[in-house]
Design a protein around this ligand. Structure first.
Ligand code: ATP
Ligand code: MG
Length: 233
């Protein structure tokens, strides 16, 4: 573990974090659907690829083709990086729970280590959580995954859905406790109800002197832009 900060690829968010994510940490990126969790995860990977970092994007949602297209829509052509294997995209099948969990536990740790992977994305751990039959297996599964990543040099982003009852907590109520950091994405209606405003807050980040303020962000043709100098409302 070093004092190095890993850029999220979003300048305004890096500023809020005091430079970036402390190297080696696992960060939960939480928000309801459409808040930009997958976009920000891709942006984090794209930033790593520009620096020559080996990256792995594990998806339980979209397949390789859909992810490649989503990235390209933001101007991020990941195809060459897939070809030269700086980026590995893995689509796990939620329908085949047992083999998915087995693959994660048996293949992922050695893959990360053997390939010197620096950045890991797991999109989403909420879907992973649902593969377990009960709470104790779920807890053990998530702890194991985190342990494997912590034993490596990689810095990870885990996306997570929030609870429909409370947009401040994850649906499984677990990931925020196992993660070192929590970044919360929200949308609120503007006071006249005619529009929505997206906002981001860093709930926790171990070993980082981070901002606790809520800042507005947008999703644009170039990805996520956090306006760290602006105030919400
Ligand atoms: N070029 C663009 N300009 C502005 N907004 C965009 C653009 N492309 C996508 N979006 C917005 O970003 C949203 C998609 O974000 P993303 O898929 O990253 O969200 P998510 O949090 O991962 O959602 P889910 O929970 O469904 O997986 C779209 O619903 C759309 O509102
Ligand atoms: Mg998504």
């Amino acid at each position: 573990m070093t004092d190095e900060k890993i850029s999220t690829g979003v300048a305004g968010l890096d500023e809020m974090l005091g430079g970036g994510i402390p190297q080696g940490q696992i960060v939960a990126l939480m928000g309801s659907c459409g808040t930009g969790k997958s976009t920000m995860s891709l942006q984090y990977i794209w930033n790593g690829l520009q620096k020559g970092d080996k990256c792995i994007f594990i998806s339980l949602e979209e397949d390789e083709d859909a992810i490649t297209k989503s990235a390209l829509a933001y101007g991020w052509n990941i195809q060459p990086h897939l070809e030269n294997q700086n980026l590995t995209l893995v689509k796990l099948e939620p329908s085949d729970a047992k083999s998915t969990i087995n693959r994660i536990n048996s293949e992922l740790p050695s893959y990360i280590k053997n390939n010197g992977v620096k950045r890991v994305v797991f999109d989403s751990v909420s879907l992973l959580s649902m593969l377990f039959d009960n709470d104790s297996d779920r807890r053990a599964g998530l702890f194991d995954l985190c342990k494997h990543i912590k034993d490596s040099d990689a810095t990870a982003l885990f996306t997570a859905e929030v609870s429909s009852d409370n947009p401040n907590i994850s649906r499984d109520g677990l990931v925020e406790y196992v993660a070192d950091g929590v970044i919360l994405l929200r949308y609120n209606e503007t006071s006249d109800g005619s529009d929505i405003q997206l906002s981001v807050r860093i709930v926790k980040m171990r070993r980082a002197d981070h901002s606790r303020r809520i800042k507005p962000y947008n999703i644009t043709n170039n990805g996520i832009e956090v306006h760290s100098k602006a105030e919400v409302f």
